[in-house]
Design a protein around this ligand. Structure first.
Ligand code: TYD
Ligand code: MG
Length: 453
């Protein structure tokens, strides 16, 4: 019997190779190449024969319907998806264990149940466990079908029979395709199962949510190609001890990837947090040095977040630099600019930066509040609690303009901030809002002066 052809795929970067290497030639990770089998079915599809005559269509002749979006019952999820879930799309939901992925999906099911049949493929939990959770969430479950099965062909069979309005697969790592000999969760299995689900979604115009596990580095476990295959990749994040959860899109074929959604996990499941700024600022200390409020844009929405910084004498030769929720390289750069351009020295100080609420500030506009929080703690001088700031810091110590200044000013006004430190350029086009005093600044020294005044 001819040996089945095989190939090797790197689980980190997706590199395909005909031979095995201990170290991936592309991403240099060790022991990440896994053998994959090419299933017989696929081999047939790849060979050209008389019956298979490929045909490309003219763009102008392609029929299209405006993409149909469905509400999911959770406004924050709709926002992250770009205005609801699109028919025929495959959405990969990933996140740490116990963060609430299954809860989120069950809540989406409960909304879809009202008008549609819903199929929930549970590879991790028993129907009893799901029933218990549904009871807790108050889901009647009339139209909700639970398939405690891990065979992907059975799941597709259920879908063909039930014609559901939405399919949930929890999780892709537990699914297996019987034509492959490798175990569930392997690169081959995950890839093939996703491919089959993709085909089912596109052919029947049904949205499919797929849960994916994360590896120890926080990335999605399994092949990188998984992320390329699906239409939307969502990450569900949050601190274990906090009840707040943040949902962000890292890929979205139907919308922007900048939007974030905020949820609160309570006794009856997840609920939308409609006013994230207010939530993130609750419990803010007053009269303490080392905190400053940042105004950043998360997609189309301005959000206010508290930046905390601590500069303490180091016990070692080299000072420690730590940042949570903020890029460490960016923090080092800000410290360098503060030293060189403004004359504040951190050479013998450990510095810690923390963004409250598990938020990740990756917009350059958060540079200025980080610098102000550091200086405030260094000088032990609290920033007025009515002050908010935004602006990008350049290497020359200049404060560079950022977009959407007006929306940021309006958000600060809405939350009762009276002083706003912003880049001079951005302030030019801003229509002033009653109650908010603008402090346009050209460079970092001016910003620090306006703070200490
Ligand atoms: P779960 O959805 O099982 O997480 P995942 O599928 O991501 O592993 O969430 C489980 C956690 O959520 C568990 O720690 C309990 C908590 N939880 C609540 O706090 N309230 C609720 O109403 C529910 C259903 C779960
Ligand atoms: Mg789960």
């Amino acid at each position: 019997m001819a040996r089945q052809k095989s190939s090797f795929v790197c689980s980190e970067c997706g590199l395909e190779s005909h031979s095995w290497y201990g170290k991936c030639p592309s991403c240099a990770h060790w022991n990440t190449l896994e053998e994959i089998e090419i299933p017989r079915e696929n081999k047939k599809a790849h060979t050209l024969n008389e019956r298979f005559t490929p045909k490309a269509s003219k763009l102008c002749e392609i029929d299209f319907d405006i993409e149909i979006r469905n509400d999911t019952g959770l406004c924050e999820l709709d926002r992250v998806l770009g205005g609801g879930v699109v028919d025929g799309s495959v959405i990969l939901l990933s996140g740490d264990p116990g963060i609430g992925k299954s809860t989120l999906l069950l809540q989406v099911c409960s909304f879809f149940c009202k008008n549609n049949t819903v199929l929930y493929a549970a590879g991790e939990e028993s129907p009893k466990q799901i029933k218990l959770r549904a009871e807790r969430l108050g889901i009647p479950g009339d139209n909700l079908y639970v398939a405690a099965d891990t065979d992907i062909e059975n799941i597709l069979g259920h879908a063909a029979r039930l014609r559901p309005g939405i399919v949930m697969v929890d999780s892709i790592q537990t699914m297996h395709f019987s034509q492959l000999t490798s175990s569930s969760g392997s690169v081959t299995q995950v890839r093939e199962c996703t491919q089959l689900l993709m085909r089912m979604a596109k052919e029947n115009d049904v949205p499919v949510f797929v849960v994916g596990h994360v590896n120890k580095d926080g990335g999605i476990a399994g092949p990188k190609v998984l992320e390329h295959m699906v239409d939307v990749v969502l990450y569900f994040e949050g601190e274990r001890l906090s009840s707040y959860r943040i949902l962000r899109a890292v890929k979205n074929r139907f919308g922007s990837t900048n939007e974030i959604g905020m949820f609160e996990m309570g006794d009856t499941g997840l609920s939308d947090v409609e006013n994230p700024s207010l939530t993130l600022l609750s419990g803010r200390p007053s009269g303490v040095s080392g905190t400053c409020v940042a105004c950043v844009m998360e997609g189309t929405r301005p959000i206010l977040a508290e930046v905390q910084a601590l500069a303490g004498k180091t016990g070692f030769g080299t000072p420690r630099r730590m940042a949570t929720g903020f890029d460490l390289n960016r923090a080092t750069l800000i410290i360098a600019v503060l030293e060189k351009r403004c004359g504040y020295f951190f050479g013998n100080l450990d510095t810690y930066i923390n963004i409250i609420g598990g938020l990740k500030l990756d917009e350059p506009a958060s540079d200025l509040p980080v610098a102000l929080a550091l200086i405030s703690n260094l000088l032990d001088k609290p920033v007025d609690e009515n002050v908010a700031a935004f602006g990008e810091i350049g290497l020359a110590g200049e404060i560079r303009s950022v977009m959407h200044a007006q929306q940021r000013v309006n958000e600060c006004a809405r939350l009762g901030f009276t002083k706003l430190i912003l880049p001079e350029h951005s302030a030019k086009g801003v229509i002033s809002v009653p109650g908010v005093m603008l402090y346009p600044v050209k460079n970092l020294s001016q910003a620090i002066d306006s703070l200490l005044r």
